[in-house]
Design a protein around this ligand. Structure first.
Ligand SMILES: [Cu+2]
Length: 146
């Protein structure tokens, strides 16, 4: 009996409550934009897992170290070039990340886990050029989840 319950709990626990989301690192997105994460804006839940997939070569992903770019207590991760990276969304809030080699081409992204509770701080992180244009768009979507 207890084994059965444990089985039900673990299998349902993972499938029903903790989703795995894939974000592709691409030279060209499905909308024709160059050097993108897809999707670059993602709404997920606390406890979910994000898998960054190096579909095209030459990309990497790292969490921004700027104050407020990640929920309090989350350490910025840094993936290697052409490496798959798994990030568990352990805390509620906004997670800002980038591909260092293509930051100037606007290769940035944003995940919200649950509510965008650190939105005001995340909004203060400075971006320039194309990265700013894209991030402003993602932030607008995140603002609705405050
Ligand atoms: Cu890149």
């Amino acid at each position: 009996m207890s084994k059965l319950l444990l089985f039900l709990f673990t299998s349902f626990g993972f499938s029903a409550f903790c989703a795995v989301h894939e974000i592709k690192m691409l030279n060209k997105g499905s909308d024709g934009e160059k050097m993108v994460f897809e999707p670059a804006f993602l709404k997920a839940n606390v406890g979910d897992t994000i898998k960054f997939l190096p579909v095209d070569k030459g990309h990497m992903v790292e969490g921004l170290k700027n104050p407020g770019a990640l929920p309090a207590g989350i350490k910025a991760w840094k993936g290697g070039l052409n490496k798959e990276v798994t990030v568990v969304l352990e805390k509620e809030g906004v997670y800002l990340y980038k591909c260092m080699p293509h930051m100037a081409m606007g290769m940035v992204g944003l995940v919200v886990a649950g509510k965008a509770s650190n939105f005001d701080a995340a909004q203060k992180v400075k971006f320039t050029g194309k990265a700013k244009m894209r991030m402003d768009d993602y932030l607008k979507k995140a603002e609705a989840l405050k």
